[in-house]
Structure formats: structure tokens, C-alpha cells
Design a protein around this ligand. Sequence first.
Ligand SMILES: NC(=O)c1ccc[n+]([C@@H]2O[C@H](COP(=O)([O-])OP(=O)(O)OC[C@H]3O[C@@H](n4cnc5c(N)ncnc54)[C@H](O)[C@@H]3O)[C@@H](O)[C@H]2O)c1
Length: 255
Amino acid sequence: MQLNQKTVVITGAAGGIGRGLAERFSDEGAHVICADIDLDGARNVAAKIGGDAFRCDVSAENDIQKLIETVEDTIAPIDLFCANAGILTLGGLDVPDADWDRIWKINVMSHVWTARHLIPRMVARGGGYLMTTASAAGLLNQPGAAPYGVSKHAAVGFAEWVALTYGDQGIRVSVLCPQAVRSEMIRGHETSVAAIDGILEPDDVAQACVEALAEQRFLILPHPQVLDYMRLKTSDYDRWISGMNKLNQQFTDDV
Ligand SMILES: NC(=O)c1ccc[n+]([C@@H]2O[C@H](COP(=O)([O-])OP(=O)(O)OC[C@H]3O[C@@H](n4cnc5c(N)ncnc54)[C@H](O)[C@@H]3O)[C@@H](O)[C@H]2O)c1
């Protein structure tokens, strides 16, 4: 997909990766709708790029449905929906159920609800594009962060399912799986395991996305090392688990 003159919705666009995507996609000629639970932040980004801003809490299906309906009814059909909003929850067996519920809604169900309300519209008009911001943690897990690693695996799994189910009906899917990217999410965690191969800037991630969208490539890996780790995982799962266990011991006190 070339972004020029496309209508693009980005959730979590008030800051971090979402903001980087909004600015870059706008530079490419897209009309960007910045959606975020932080409406002031979304408005700031939209004002800078000549886009629109909406308040949307992606943990609520109603908000996602309303966002899609309002954009399609009052602006234009959505060509590309970037489901980017996500949260990080650290911890393991100690994490309360309420925290699991919250991250599950934001990191997983938001993608289901987006697909539920948008894919039938896209299929009816011959196609459309969904881009999910997952994480390298959705491919390789994350020591010290069970809810994050597990929910991001589910996000990747759902993106795969959408792609394999609707590919023949014109639906394209990409899944963005970076390691550490400079944003509020990793503030204070700059020496964590996620930053083991360096911290990218949101601009670098946006560049990788523009290239992958142009090629309609499913997997977007701004940190190329992730592909090597995936190959190691699939070639010898037990060796990979053992290596990750060592990494866990090394980083256990500093997620
Ligand atoms: N920063 C990293 O190192 C990194 C690495 C891999 C993947 N990711 C993923 O990238 C995405 C963006 O993260 P980021 O690093 O830019 O984080 P960030 O915290 O800087 O930005 C997240 C944005 O999402 C918004 N948001 C949070 N909860 C929301 C909700 N319920 N509804 C709507 N908006 C909500 C926030 O207001 C914020 O603007 C997330 O899905 C995250 O898991 C981040």
C-alpha cells in the first residue's frame, strides 16, 4: 500500500510509536485520524499534521465501534487501521486478575473488536488494510512480564488468523514486532531485556512500516535480530527455552 491520499486511523497516536506513525504517514500524504484515550494528546498530534483527533478507549468495544462508524460516516472509508494502542504490565504469578483483564482487553480484544466492526465494511468494498502493533515479545516472549508476553502472542495469533481467513477477500494484514522503542512505555526501563539490541526511535519504526506496507509484508521487524531469534526458536525449541531461562536470570531484577 502506498499511503498517499489514504485515510488512516491510528490508535495510541498521542505519543510514542503511534505519534511517529502519524507524523510519517502524514508526510507520505495520508489523512491521519489520531485516536487515543488521551484526547488532548491526540489533538496536539492531529493539529501538527493537519489530521483529525478522536477520543477512543480501546478497552471498550463501543468506543472502537463508534470510532470506525464516525470516521467512515463523516470523513472517508478507512483504508488502513493501525491498532497500535497497547500497555505494558510487568510481573508473573503475582499479577492480579484485574490487571490480566485490563491488558487482555487492550492488547488483544481491541484487535478482535476492530476486526469485527471494520472487516465486513472493507470486504464489502473490495478490501482494506489492518496493521497491528504487537511486539517482539509476541514472538519471543518477555522475561519478567507474563501478561505482556502472553497478550502480545495472542495479538500476533489473531493477526495471523485474520490474514489467513480474509486474504482472499482483499484484506491485507501486517504485524509490527519491535524490541525496545523510545517512548513513555520504556521510560525507566532503558537497560531492560527488551533493550538488549538497542533502542530504536519511533521514526525508525515508522520507516520500517512504510517499507513493509508498500510490499504488503505481514511481519515487520524493525530490529532484524528478531528474525534470527525466531529461527533459533523454531530450529531447536528446547535450546531456545534454555537460553531464555538464562536471560531471565540475568534480567530478573530489571525488566
Ligand atoms: N516502546 C516499546 O519499546 C515497544 C516495543 C514493542 C511494542 N510496543 C508496542 O507499541 C505500542 C505503542 O506503545 P508505545 O511504546 O508508543 O507506548 P506509549 O505508552 O508511549 O504510547 C501508548 C499510547 O497509547 C495510548 N493508550 C493507552 N491505553 C489506551 C487505551 N485504553 N485506549 C486508547 N489509547 C490508549 C496512550 O495514551 C499513549 O498515547 C503498544 O502496543 C506497545 O505494546 C512498544
